[in-house]
Design a protein around this ligand. Sequence first.
Ligand code: UD1
Length: 426
Amino acid sequence: MKREIFVIEGGNSLFGRTEIHGAKNAVLPMLAASILSPAPVTVRDCPHISDVDDMLSVLDAVGVRTERSGRDITVSGAPSVTEIPSGLACAMRSSVYMLGALLSACGEVRLYAPGGCRIGARPLDIHFDGLARLGAKVEFGEDHVLCAARRLVGTDIVLRYPSVGATENLIMAAVKARGTTRLIGAAREPEVVSLVRLLVRMGADISGEGTPVVTIRGVESLDGAKVQPVKDRIVAGTVMAAVAVCGGRVELYGADSSVMGAIISPFLGAHTFLVEHGGAMVFESDGMLAPTDVGTGPYPLFPTDMQAPFMACQCYASGMSTMRETVFEDRFAHVPELISMGAGIALVGNTAFVDGSAGMHGAEVAARDLRGGAGLVVAALGAKGRSTVSGVRYIDRGYEDLSVLFGSLGASVVRTEEPEHGVRTE
Ligand code: UD1
């Protein structure tokens, strides 16, 4: 497989405009949900990222038709296969959404161990417990799980944690169940709200999305629909992080500040300026950051997906910052890499103490997961000298080519093949 790296000369200020596309984390479950009706379902504004490509492969594998036109993806036909091939399921965490969707559409699903980022244990007990509560028989094999039910039956389900994926899966499973399902302690993320909007447009009867109690009244069948997902708040936040360390002024077209409160707030200070103007969020920074204390949590708290990109900013702040990760254990693979760029970071339990006074320089670093990789790119954009970031394939899972995005804003980022020698392997 071709391995690519980013070669980044740090230090350029960022100026210009960029258009924010639909959120990866909304689009993936929405594409899964599109198999719930044989009629065409169009999800608009889908990013060109490898996680979406992989999801299309999963949809092809279950026998539905997919068609891409620009950023719009249309899914049509009924699934004819209820097994997610192990190669695909292992490559991609979001194949887990096919659990709820296929179970609801076909009454059966066999899923091999899902993959994705290696961040913490990422168990699926909340998904399986919920599906079992809806009446599914859940059987675990050595490397797969089989869920089956003639027809699911609505009930109250208490989620022990507001898991985004489990909430989405259970909504998809319950949408055609007999009777009413209430998810109590549901995730409130805007991406969950996007999924519900699609399902409601398809004819589902769902209320309470965006609150901790989601009520789903089962319907007999669903129809086609065409919808726009919420914009990608993590991509918007990652661009803000880059502007914060490099200095500059960037207009983020389409970014939805109404769902970005917790992301925006730690960026605000004496040296930054944010306004909404003509459909854009305009973010300006002189590159001088104040120290911050940030903790991740379920929406509406600061998202775990912004932890690494924002920690890169903390490496440039004028003093000691803290970053506490409460959502995933072990989501700190970027820390040793940031340290090799000069960052003063001490990890104590789930908290990183980040001393911004150290000064950052270019280095050879390796992305080991998607958001950690984005954090390394942000750090390299602000650093003195040249960096190489390997593991670009992880970053491509969730970002359209970052060399193009940041290059268009004035950064020096070249995407190239990894040389045989010279760049540290992962
Ligand atoms: C989704 C997002 C991911 C984001 C995360 C948290 C997608 C494709 N991915 O992932 O980008 O980082 O939400 O906002 O939308 N947990 C359990 N048992 C379960 C399910 C989850 O213990 O059955 C735990 C996880 O280990 C983790 C926490 O709950 O500690 C949050 O996980 P969850 O919200 O489910 O994340 P994902 O849906 O996998």
